[in-house]
Design a binder for this molecule. Structure first.
Ligand code: FES
Length: 530
């Protein structure tokens, strides 16, 4: 109290009255403060519990200074300021007794101190993934005048080494959530808070109870070809050292994007995720600044190293030879209908026939992807008696669109990567062709006004109600990718098909767990193990 500004000292009553009553609430400006006369002294704290705001005046004081909120049993040590049970810290006010009078120091801590406290508490909320507490702490951060994006930056740093396989959908969706927030001029404060809590909550969820998977230290002078080779060799130590070398040399994502995209497309990696992650990591660093570069790049490189190389599995064995033979001489015009029902090898061969005009071929492939997405046979999702190879669902089709977006964005910048991107789109189409139903009536899903459709879909995302982050994150990724594609080619023939497919997907059931199918496949598999 001695260093407090005299103007912030407020007399709030006398000690004798408080001793008799045991507790009382006083109002100081907008603050509602409760005073306790405990066995160990006088304490003052906010009357609103930091959990859900119920009055602590109704709480129970034990052991002289332990206050229990009777609504949900949170416990606060009024002497030391710790939250013993629960989460958020309780604001206390220093007390001074002068000549039998009670004085409080009601001055607020400096903004930076409040911001640091909010970030520390946000980090603490990760231990149990306390979603509502995350929302409160980010709100406190903003109220302290700090940049609310510091919550995202902090979450990235706190979690990046908790991901055994590097980048996850949480990072990829973060870029789209931030773009949605940036574009929400008409949205209220709550609408602008939702994307931040979704990002932070998803990172917390994905890293929950994970140990630390340390990244290799060390630094080597950066060399783009060496970075691609290190990823190809699955040598994380070498790749991390090159990344550190690049960052120490002052290079940014712009200089690293090309080799990272090349590494992602060196194989048909992880069903398109790798290239999506490269694109989204770049967007995320661009939005958050250089401070986020190192953790995001280390996670990205790790994910590229661990991604499955699907061009090596028999299903995609035609990919490598077709790529090797690609010479850009194929002049046959391509339309979407050419690709909607072809198996992998034929889709690859058909793509090569149109190699002379990559952008026209891209539109044909995206058109076919939109058609497949619109015609996904829902019976496949519901079936419980098929083999593992037929475990196909909605997300296999949504990724055709998000991958296409990454291909266009990155191959337009680096045209030499078109052949890989286009052939991998053809692989996607070939894989999914057998799981469509061309006979179904899709007229009901027609969208008349694309602009209003996207507006409504994004608005609903802000109150999505999906428990699993993976569902809402796919919604934001898919809608963002689709809107970008439509914006880039508003008159393309596939636009109505893509809009109808999105409309159908957003209104169709998404079966996320297959209990019976898993059981049947397990029994069949184990019986053949020998
Ligand atoms: S409101 Fe106090 S513990 Fe919930």
């Amino acid at each position: 109290m001695s260093q407090a500004d005299a103007a912030s000292l407020v007399r709030v009553g006398n000690l004798a009255d408080l001793a008799e009553a045991g507790r009382k609430v006083v109002k100081v400006g907008a603050k509602q403060i409760v005073l306790f006369h405990g066995a160990n002294g006088v304490y003052a704290c906010n009357n609103r519990c930091p959990h859900e705001g119920y009055p602590l005046m109704e709480g129970k004081l034990t052991d002289g200074c332990i206050l229990t909120c009777n609504w949900h049993n949170w416990k606060f040590d009024l002497e030391r300021g710790e939250t013993l049970v629960g989460g958020d810290r309780l604001r206390r006010y220093p007390v001074e007794l002068r000549d039998g009078e009670i004085w409080l120091d009601v001055s607020d801590p400096p903004p930076q101190e409040r911001a640091n406290a909010a970030l520390a508490s946000l980090r603490d909320s990760f231990r149990r993934h306390e979603y509502d507490r995350m929302a409160r702490e980010i709100s406190r951060l903003a109220l302290a005048g700090a940049d609310p994006l510091d919550a995202v930056r902090g979450a990235i740093h706190w979690t990046h080494d908790r991901f055994e396989f590097g980048t996850t959908h949480a990072h990829a969706a973060a870029a789209d959530w931030l773009a949605l927030r940036d574009g929400s001029n008409g949205t209220d404060d709550a609408g602008r808070l939702v994307p931040l809590v979704e990002i932070v909550g998803h990172l917390a969820w994905d890293s929950l109870r994970e140990p630390v998977y340390p990244y290799p230290a060390g630094s080597t002078p950066y060399d783009a070809e060496a970075l691609v080779a290190a990823i190809e060799a699955e040598d994380e130590a070498a790749a991390a050292a090159l990344l550190h070398g690049a960052l120490e040399a002052g290079l940014g994502f712009a200089e690293l994007e090309r080799p990272l995209a090349e590494a992602a497309l060196a194989h048909y990696q992880d069903f398109g995720h790798s290239l999506i992650y490269v694109l989204k990591t770049g967007q995320l660093i661009g939005r958050l600044g250089a401070d986020a570069a190192e953790p995001l790049l280390l996670a990205l490189v790790r994910s590229l190293i661990y991604a499955s190389r699907e061009d090596l599995i028999p299903e995609f064995r035609a990919y490598g030879p077709t790529l090797a033979a690609w010479d850009g001489s194929g002049t046959r015009p391509a339309v979407a209908e050419d690709f909607t029902r072809l198996p992998v090898a034929k889709a690859l061969a058909r793509a090569a026939e149109s190699s002379a005009d990559p952008e026209a071929l891209y539109h044909a492939l995206l058109g076919a992807s939109a058609w497949q997405f619109l015609h996904f046979d829902l019976a496949v999702q519901d079936r419980s008696d098929g083999p593992v190879s037929k475990n196909v669902g909605w997300l296999d089709f949504t990724h055709e669109i998000t991958f296409a977006n990454a291909v266009r964005e990155l191959c337009t910048t680096y045209p030499e990567l078109w052949p890989r991107g286009l052939l991998q789109m053809a692989c996607f189409l070939g894989r999914n062709a057998g799981f469509t139903d061309p006979e179904q009536d899709t007229g009901q899903w027609r969208v008349e006004d694309g602009g209003r459709f996207f507006e409504g879909a994004f608005a609903r995302l802000l109150d999505h109600g999906e428990f699993e982050y993976i569902v809402s994150c796919h919604h934001v990724k898919l809608l963002s990718a689709a809107r970008a594609e439509v914006a880039a080619a508003p008159d393309a023939p596939w636009v109505p098909t893509l809009l109808a497919a999105l409309n159908r997907f957003l209104n169709a059931p998404l079966k996320r767990k297959h209990a019976l199918r898993t059981a049947r496949q397990a029994i069949a598999f184990v019986a053949l193990e020998g």
